[in-house]
Design a protein around this ligand. Structure first.
Ligand SMILES: [Zn+2]
Length: 351
């Protein structure tokens, strides 16, 4: 069952509330660090908190923290928690619709009341699914980011696998950031704009680098990442929508994991430069496909861009965005040819 995480900002919590959330986090972190070295951690129940402190603290949070600390001690050499946000398991928080807006309630140091949250339309759709029971809620976490208190909630849901059998290939690259192909249909996303924006940011970074303005460089880096992420969200959404509209049951993409090490061709060298962006795009496509019940397969990327439909393979077949077979003369857009070969998995599947 796929899981997604919704991040909901609490709507204008009062200063008193914010201070309380702060205090809860402090107490929780201190308790977790105290627990880490406790000899009876494995038998710990929520009653153990009384040994730690006489103040009142929600036992739902205590239970969750005990679980976290146990797994922390089991899986790694835990030293200290810098911050351990308060978490609530699925039975201990709730979402409700109150007219125009949504409220969430979770255990705090005060009486439990619903707190309004800021929602976007797609988040409202998920909250409605929780309320009508077509999706299941998981754990929730109360945390602060950029001075704003938020609740991260996990949601799981079932997906009916699609019975369609058509296979779509998706090629990612620099000139065209993505090309999708299924049967005789295709969809192109030009990379020019991405390349342009990335170049502009790179130039800005160079200028700032000379002035040693590290802080600004990092800030720009984050801005660029956000821009790219937003772009990748849009592209992946359109690709999956295109797949659904064309009866696709399987999406195939290249397995780009090994490319960073090899850089055998200019195309690959370019891709390795921007590998995080391509990886992110592929991950988003895979994730959105899975949510729609489409199976995702990874194929071996070798020769996808050099091979003709007649079977002849030659580096010279490809010249930039032009593909012309040196043997049979067949011509096609090079990235579309790549997408078609990916759909056919001409070099087999990734191990
Ligand atoms: Zn040919």
């Amino acid at each position: 069952m796929p899981t997604i995480t919704l991040r909901l900002e609490l709507h204008n919590p009062t200063k008193v509330k914010q201070d309380m959330y702060e205090r809860m986090t402090e107490v929780n972190t201190a308790f977790a660090n105290w627990l880490l070295n406790h000899p009876k951690l494995n038998q710990a129940t929520s009653k153990l908190f009384k040994e730690f402190s006489s103040q009142r603290f929600p036992s739902a949070v205590v239970n969750q923290t005990i679980r976290d600390v146990k797994s922390q001690r089991k899986h790694q050499k835990a030293k200290r928690f810098k911050t351990l946000w308060c978490c609530f398991n699925s039975q201990n928080w709730n979402v409700e619709r109150k007219g125009e807006f949504y409220t969430v309630s979770f255990p705090t140091l005060e009486k439990r009341i619903g707190v309004p949250v800021v929602t976007r339309p797609y988040q409202e759709a998920w909250l409605n699914r929780l309320i009508n029971g077509t999706a299941k809620q998981g754990a929730a976490k109360l945390y602060k980011k950029r001075k704003k208190w938020c609740l991260a909630i996990a949601i799981t849901f079932e997906v009916k696998p699609r019975h369609e059998t058509k296979v779509m290939g998706v090629d990612v690259g620099l000139r065209y950031i993505a090309v999708a192909s299924v049967g005789t249909k295709s969809l192109f996303f030009k990379g020019n704009q991405c390349a342009f924006v990335r170049r502009r940011y790179a130039a800005l970074r160079r200028t700032l680098g000379k002035a040693k303005k590290l802080h600004m460089i990092r800030k720009i880096g984050r801005k660029e990442s956000r821009w790219m992420k937003d772009m990748n969200h849009k592209i992946s959404r359109q690709i999956v929508r295109f797949a659904l509209a064309n009866g696709v049951g399987v999406i195939r993409m290249e397995d780009l994991a090994g490319i960073r090490k090899r850089t055998a061709s200019a195309k690959e060298a370019g891709r390795s430069l921007h590998s995080w962006a391509f990886h992110q795009l592929q991950t988003m496509i895979a994730y959105k496909a899975e949510m729609a019940g489409i199976r995702v397969e990874r194929v071996n990327p070798t020769y996808t861009s050099q091979t003709c439909r007649c079977g002849y393979r030659d580096k010279g077949n490809r010249n930039g965005i032009h593909f012309q077979c040196q043997k049979c003369g067949y011509t096609i857009h090079a990235d579309l040819n790549g997408a078609i070969n990916i759909a056919k998995a001409i070099s087999g599947f990734a191990a």
